[in-house]
Each structure stands twice: as C-alpha cells, then as structure tokens.
Design a protein around this ligand. Structure first.
Ligand SMILES: NC(=O)c1ccc[n+]([C@@H]2O[C@H](COP(=O)([O-])OP(=O)(O)OC[C@H]3O[C@@H](n4cnc5c(N)ncnc54)[C@H](OP(=O)(O)O)[C@@H]3O)[C@@H](O)[C@H]2O)c1
Length: 289
C-alpha cells in the first residue's frame, strides 16, 4: 500500500517542472544527538530520498533554550529553499512544541500540528494535516472503502493523531461525511460504543484494546496504535503490536490493518506528501492531492 502511494507521488512529481524551481527540501530538527530522534531522522532521510526530496538533519544541543530554538526555526522558515520543517518531539519542559510549531508558516509545518493548520482543518479547509491521519484515508481509499454516511468510532483524541483523524472523517464531501464518535480513556462502556461502529479507527496505543467483545461482526478496523511488548521469541526480546487483538479479530472483522506494516509505512509516505505539498505551494506549482 505504501508502495502504491509512493508511486502515485512519484508520477505526480514527474508531471511537475524540474527546471526553474528549487528542489524540494525537508529539514528535521532534534535536540540532542544519539537519541531515538536520530533513528527517526535516519528513517525520514530514507523516505525523503525515495521521493527525490533533499533532507537535512539538524541536531541542536540537548539543553537548547526556547529563544535559541525559536530563532533557529524562524531562520529555516524564512529560507525559501526549505519547504518542510519537522521538530522532533516530545521536547523537554518548559519548551512548548505546539507554541514552537505554531510559529512556522503553515505550508512548511509538515507535521500539520500548528495552530493555523489545526484551525484550517476545524474550519473544513485543510492544508497540512498530520501524516498519520492522511495515512488512514489513503489506506481506506486504496481499498475503495466508502466513507460517507458510515458510523465511525475514532479511539483517541490527541491533537496529533486521534483528533485530526476524526476531523477528516467529518469533512463535507466524498472522503468524509461520516458520523463520528470520538472515544478516549474517560469514555464509559467503551466496548458498547465501539460496537456501534461500522469502522473503528484505533489510535489509543493500548495493546489488546479491541477484540471481538469491542467490535461488531463484519466491522472494519484500522489499527493505528503502535506499542512494544516483551516477546522472548522476537529478535531483541521485543515485538511491535497494535491496539487490536489481531488473532481474535481474524475472520470476524471484515478488514483489519496489520501492525507492523499497516498504517506506519503509509504515514512515512504521507509525511513526504506533505513536504511535496509545501514544496508545490512554495514554488508556485499549485496543490497536491
Ligand atoms: N502508525 C503510525 O504511523 C503512528 C503515528 C503516530 C502515532 N501512532 C500511534 O498511535 C497511538 C496514539 O498516539 P498518540 O500520540 O495520539 O498517543 P496519546 O497522546 O497517548 O493519545 C492516546 C489517546 O488514546 C486514548 N486512550 C489511551 N488508552 C485508552 C484506553 N484504554 N481506552 C480508551 N482510550 C484510550 C487517550 O485518552 P485520553 O485523551 O483520555 O488520555 C488519548 O486520547 C500510539 O500507539 C502511537 O504510537 C502511530
């Protein structure tokens, strides 16, 4: 699925002029070296290179202050050769991730989590949307899953994952028009709520949350959750799992995205789609589907 979306983006790129425009460029900023962020940055570089996007990883000292970080982000933001900026998070307090990314130009905020991008999504005019939320819709589109009128439960309400996903389902038009319930850790009778859905999108990060008791027969499940669990048989003693009990739902749910290998790789491609969207806007080439 990730390959299909990657191919689609590559053919879109091929249709755009390469002369007279700057090449697309993504800059990823992290605090500290040799942290898990370095691993993410290596993955980002790999995906960027696959789509012909220049990539630069910046590792600032771990204890960089808010003003210095803001100034660095401002400089990147005003550099016309930079089309996308990522700020690796969580950040150590008192640094405020939301505040910092909200200072970026909306088209360069390729995480799609700043105040303008969130506001545009709420207003039904999305620009940059968190890649994981886009990935959910890419997968549903790929499998020709019709969304309008569906009863959908989104499990999770974080500003970076659950909430933007729920808002996309609510958008007016072909890819949206769903009837959406957002559930979270304070939802009473959670299983009863999720059983009402034709489609459950689980973004809780809680392994085993969704088994037959919580899913109606024949419902579809998109498993966004990614957690690790001790597994003596797995290399390194850990295995990656989603929110759904995949063994329990096999042959019971009408569709179920795998973990790992489901939403995760598509999210990486959608992040690069956001960079290409920022690039196309920055270079005056139009918009990217
Ligand atoms: N596949 C990908 O590419 C990708 C990308 C990003 C994130 N993820 C994964 O998506 C998951 C969510 O990420 P996040 O950043 O949104 O996490 P988060 O900030 O911890 O939010 C989790 C959300 O799930 C709710 N929740 C947690 N446990 C629950 C339970 N037992 N029952 C009902 N609701 C529950 C929380 O409710 P409250 O609001 O009440 O606390 C919260 O709204 C994580 O597993 C993360 O690794 C995957």
């Amino acid at each position: 699925m990730a390959e299909a979306r990657q191919k689609e983006l590559m053919s879109l790129r091929a249709g755009w002029p390469s002369e007279g425009v700057r090449p697309p460029r993504l800059v990823s900023v992290a605090l500290g070296e040799g942290t898990p962020f370095s691993v993410y940055q290596r993955q980002q570089r790999r995906w960027a290179e696959r789509l012909g996007i220049q990539f630069e990883a910046i590792a600032l000292p771990e204890h960089t202050g808010g003003e210095t970080l803001k100034a660095r982000l401002r400089a990147l933001d005003s550099d016309p050769s930079v089309h996308g900026i990522l700020l690796q998070h969580p950040l150590p307090p008192p640094l405020d991730f939301f505040d910092l990314v909200s200072g970026l130009s909306p088209e360069k905020d390729v995480d799609g989590v700043g105040s303008v991008n969130l506001g545009r999504l709420v207003a039904g005019r999305p620009l940059q949307v968190p890649a994981v939320a886009r990935a959910v819709f890419s997968v549903l589109k790929h499998y020709r899953y019709s969304i309008p009128g569906r009863r959908v439960v989104v499990l999770g309400r974080s500003e970076t994952v659950g909430l933007p996903t729920a808002l996309l389902f609510l958008l007016r038009g072909e890819g949206g028009d769903a009837t959406v319930t957002v559930a979270h850790s304070r939802t009473r009778e959670l299983s009863q709520t999720t059983r009402e859905a034709e489609l459950v999108v689980s973004c809780a990060g809680h392994p085993g949350l969704l088994g037959r008791q919580a899913v109606r027969p024949g419902a579809a499940v998109v498993d966004v959750g990614v957690s690790t669990r001790a597994d003596p048989k797995a290399p390194g003693g850990m295995t990656v799992v989603g929110d759904a009990d995949h063994a329990d739902l096999q042959g019971y749910a009408s569709a179920l995205t795998p973990v790992p290998g489901g939403i995760g790789p598509v999210t990486s491609v959608e992040l690069m789609a956001n960079v290409l969207r920022g690039w196309a806007l920055g270079e005056g080439l139009g918009t990217l589907p």
